[in-house]
Ligand binder design. Structure first.
Ligand SMILES: NC(=O)c1ccc[n+]([C@@H]2O[C@H](COP(=O)([O-])OP(=O)(O)OC[C@H]3O[C@@H](n4cnc5c(N)ncnc54)[C@H](O)[C@@H]3O)[C@@H](O)[C@H]2O)c1
Length: 378
């Protein structure tokens, strides 16, 4: 039996909702059965019609959807939340309270208090919670984490990570539908660029290295005149155990699209992982040897390689990475249903990982507002 899911957000004219639907479809394990795709009910009706959904499962509000689906015999197994950031908390909370598992896009929430509440609620209800930090679904990103955990590059000493984009560089454009809410504090929260891109950087480094940030110093800049939220950020971090890192995120870096790049330097080697070339990672030894590990070859760790769907040379990309997160999430959901679930089956970013991203954002805000000083991260 296929799992059943519903979606909040992802109406016509939106970006990421359709990408989630395509990724979930890759493995054919779940079927979209309902939605509240927009605050505009006409859009929800049009989107639902296009997707072949019955009208009685197209809801005016997410609250109505959570209650109605929880009551149905054939109700959804999980909900996918793909709305602007400031609404994530209330929507996720409504579905958790209704006893429904949640997949939510990043950033998890806009305050650490909200994030902690979601962590506690998911735990209390015994529900699974995927936060779709898409990039960490790449086979090569998983492999990077396995290399570091194996000790191949030794103890990590330093990290350089960046995620520059250029799409909001123009001072005469707010970036259209996708940009206008990101630069609006009412819909985006206390940060723009840092929430959108900085959380990806924080999560990528944490996932690959396992390092926990102890303290940080942030400079969050508004480059384009007239904006109130950051569009270019620098963060210096110090991890528990003494390693250090430098993160840069930007939406005004003309020439860059989605240039998430992570370089990790250990005692005996380093690795380089670039999301726009996700089919390989580069490992450099202290003897100067430079080795590329390509997806599809036996050098890739088996528990990362197992997510590959195509032979090497048939490139996999962003949709496959997202599908990999959903694949693990859906395997865990099935195991929950048949009673075989164990927490070590989880191979996707959880609500705790999402909350770590919001603690990072809040610490950056505290640092920036206090005059760019070092602050502890809880
Ligand atoms: N994982 C990634 O790499 C990635 C990439 C892009 C966006 N995102 C995240 O996805 C989310 C959505 O971003 P987007 O670019 O698709 O935005 P978007 O503006 O294109 O789409 C948002 C959708 O949510 C709908 N919506 C808003 N409030 C709603 C409500 N209360 N009920 C139902 N629908 C509602 C809007 O009508 C729209 O259809 C954001 O949190 C963003 O950070 C993640």
């Amino acid at each position: 039996m296929k799992l059943r899911y519903g979606m909040v957000g992802g109406g016509q004219g939106s970006f990421i909702g359709a990408a989630h639907r395509r990724s979930i479809n890759l493995d054919g394990q779940a079927e979209l059965v309902c939605g509240s795709f927009s605050r505009d009910y006409e859009n929800t009706l049009k989107t639902g019609e296009e997707l072949g959904l019955p009208k009685d499962r197209l809801y005016k509000t997410y609250g109505e959807m959570a209650k109605a689906e929880a009551k149905r015999e054939d109700g959804i197994d999980f909900v996918v939340v793909v709305t602007p950031n400031a609404s994530h908390f209330e929507i996720c909370k409504a579905f958790l309270e209704a006893g429904i598992h949640v997949a939510c896009d990043k950033p998890l929430a806009v305050t650490a208090k909200q994030a902690r509440e979601l962590v506690a609620l998911a735990k209390k209800k015994g529900l699974l919670f995927l936060v779709t930090y898409t990039y960490m679904g790449h086979v090569t990103a998983k492999h990077a984490a396995r290399i570091i955990a194996s000790g191949q590059i030794g103890r990590v000493r330093a990290v350089m990570a960046e995620y520059p984009q250029g799409w909001l560089a123009d001072e005469h454009s707010d970036g259209g539908k996708q940009g206008s809410w990101r630069i609006d504090p009412a819909q985006s929260g206390g940060v723009n660029c840092l929430g959108d891109l900085g959380t990806h950087v924080e999560n990528a480094v944490a996932t690959m290295t396992g390092l926990k940030i102890k303290r940080l110093l942030a400079k969050l800049d508004v480059v384009v005149p007239g904006r109130v939220l950051d569009d270019n950020d620098y963060v210096m971090v110090e991890y528990e155990g003494g390693a250090t890192g430098l993160y840069w995120t930007s939406q005004v870096a003309i020439g860059h699209d989605n240039s998430l790049r992570v370089r990790i330097y250990g005692e005996s080697g380093s690795i380089q992982w670039f999301q726009e070339e996700p089919e390989k990672i580069t490992v450099i030894g202290k003897d100067g040897s430079l080795t590329e590990h390509h997806r599809g070859y036996p050098t890739i760790a088996p528990d990362a390689a197992k997510y590959g769907r195509l032979p090497s040379g048939h490139p996999e990309g962003w949709l496959e990475a997202m599908a990999n997160l959903y694949l693990s999430f859906m395997q865990c959901l099935r195991a929950k249903k048949d009673g075989s679930f164990k927490s070590d089956m989880i191979d996707y970013p959880t609500v705790e990982d999402g909350a770590a991203g919001i603690e990072f954002v809040e610490a950056c805000l505290r640092s920036a507002k206090s005059g760019n000083v070092w602050v502890d991260v809880p």
